[in-house]
Design a protein. Structure first.
Length: 34
């Protein structure tokens, strides 16, 4: 396991839609070719 990024989500409501958007954004940043 390797950490690539930290996110301050302390002010966000953590619902499924927010988490999905966050994960997709981070995946695209880390591995844009996929």
């Amino acid at each position: 396991l390797e950490f690539k990024k930290t996110v301050d989500a302390s002010r966000e409501y953590k619902d499924v839609k927010y988490l999905k958007r966050l994960f997709v954004k981070i995946i695209k940043e880390v591995s844009p070719e996929k």
